[in-house]
Design a binder for this molecule. Structure first.
Ligand SMILES: [Zn+2]
Length: 440
């Protein structure tokens, strides 16, 4: 079927320019109207008219005056973080996490609940819907409008339809996640793969702001990678790029949740770490972890970090091994993508003080020097929260890309999805990004 194109007209140019101004205010605040005109090349009259629209909708606000050496002091503007609020959520393996945040991703409320392993998608989604109802009520009572919900899930997600085709570690297939949520709530719903959502979150609100090329490595029960290339998340031909956790490391290695053997995530993930500890205990090693004999199923990352800090030899040794495997993954990613940065997040990043030294050592040994020297390995600003912060970013991205004034914030059509190419890039706007210098 031929692609439909949105053709340019005055309305589109105006919307585009409005989006650029709003994004400039998000990235660099505060700024005056003259600053915005200088940054975009738009004339001052146009900027004033667009800013007036943003002030009317409440998306931007005036926050005082700049110091002035002479003449009339300029009024400073910023993106109004309180113009609405956003729900970020993560459907993890064994847990549901949900936050209510403002437009700066400041967390106003949060809750995390455990999911019983083996609970089917219907039960898990019903619990998620209950949590969203709870947070929506809290927002309503506080008089805050909800602009949307962004959810990250592990596995192969078809973003345009919001269907989780295969959640390897959840054991789910063909679950229509977005439509279930959209039936229950009036605000826009965005669903994305957890690693991609996390990468978007770290770009918007974390360590990878202003970074055009980076890879985000999330090590939870599984191992996922979000690839950010040339200013946007890279999805590949059918949307499933980044399944590095399921590339084969050892052909005859352990059986993976995906059905393959020897996948990377059977060596470098929270599950791999716990399996190794379990095997060592079964073989007679001792650990201070509160594990009954050989059963380590209930051991959490905070417990592992606490044991490491107490000098538990088995835990330290196992962290060193898993860190080495993560280092190999990251060295390969550096050789493949030559990124400006590698961001390390997810549950394992809670043990960064023990994992980063072996990661860095292996990268030093294995990655191509000319690529490696340009690539800092940085812990995600939001660590285990990167995915829920990414959920907030999914909503913000859509809102900032289309700050239409014809409808209130948060009442946009449901079929907008993050995978669609939008006119407004989410990197820092530059004058070159203006598709038209015509002032409208
Ligand atoms: Zn696998």
């Amino acid at each position: 079927m031929p692609k439909k194109f949105r053709t340019g007209d005055q309305t589109l140019v105006r919307e585009l320019n409005r989006a650029i101004l709003l994004n400039l205010l998000r990235v660099h605040s505060p700024q005056s109207r003259a600053d915005l005109a200088a940054a975009t090349g738009l004339n001052k009259t146009t900027v004033s008219s667009l800013v007036a629209e943003l002030l009317t909708t409440g998306l931007a606000r005036e926050i005082g005056q700049a110091n002035s050496a002479g003449g009339r002091p300029a009024v400073l503007l910023e993106l109004n973080p309180e113009a609405g609020c956003v729900i970020g959520a993560e459907l993890g393996v064994g847990y549901l996490k949900i936050i209510l945040a403002d437009f700066r991703a400041a967390i106003l409320w949060r809750q995390e609940i455990a999911l019983v392993s083996g609970e089917g998608p219907e039960t898990a989604l019903a619990r998620l819907i209950d949590l969203v109802r709870e947070v929506a009520l809290i927002a309503e009572q506080a008089g805050r409008r909800i602009s949307g919900l962004g959810l990250g899930v592990p596995g192969l997600l078809d973003v345009p339809s919001g269907i989780l085709l295969f959640g390897q570690n959840l054991g789910w297939r063909d679950v229509p996640i977005r439509s279930r949520l959209a039936e229950a709530f009036p605000f826009p719903i965005f669903v994305d793969n957890d690693a991609k959502a996390s990468a978007i979150g770290e770009h918007y609100f974390g360590v990878a702001q202003h970074v055009d090329n980076f890879v985000y490595v999330t090590a939870n029960i599984g191992l996922g990678v979000g690839i950010w290339l040339d200013g946007q998340v890279y999805r590949g031909a059918t949307g499933f790029a980044g399944e590095v956790g399921h590339t084969t490391f050892m052909p005859d290695g352990p059986l993976c949740s995906c059905g393959n053997r020897g996948c990377w995530e059977t060596f470098a993930s929270q599950r791999a770490l716990i399996e190794r500890l379990r095997a060592a205990v079964a073989a007679g090693r001792t650990t201070a972890l509160p594990a009954s004999n050989s059963v380590l199923g209930d051991v959490t990352m905070p417990m592992i970090v606490e044991a490491a800090r107490a000098g538990d030899a088995l835990v330290l040794e196992t962290l060193e091994e898993v860190g080495g495997y993560l280092g190999l993954v990251i060295a390969n990613l550096i050789n493949t993508f030559n990124p400006n940065m590698v961001v390390f997040g997810g549950a394992l990043s809670l043990a960064d003080e023990y994992l980063l030294p072996p990661i860095r050592r292996v990268v030093e040994e294995r990655a191509i020097r000319w690529a490696r020297e340009a690539t800092p390995i940085v812990v995600a600003a939001h660590r285990f929260d990167s995915c829920v912060i990414g959920g907030v970013a999914l909503v913000l991205h859509d809102m900032l890309s289309h700050p239409g004034l014809d409808m209130p914030v948060g009442r946009r059509s449901f079929d907008r999805d993050f995978s669609r190419k939008v006119v407004m890039p989410v990197t820092d706007p530059t004058p070159e990004m203006l598709t038209s210098r015509r002032n409208t």
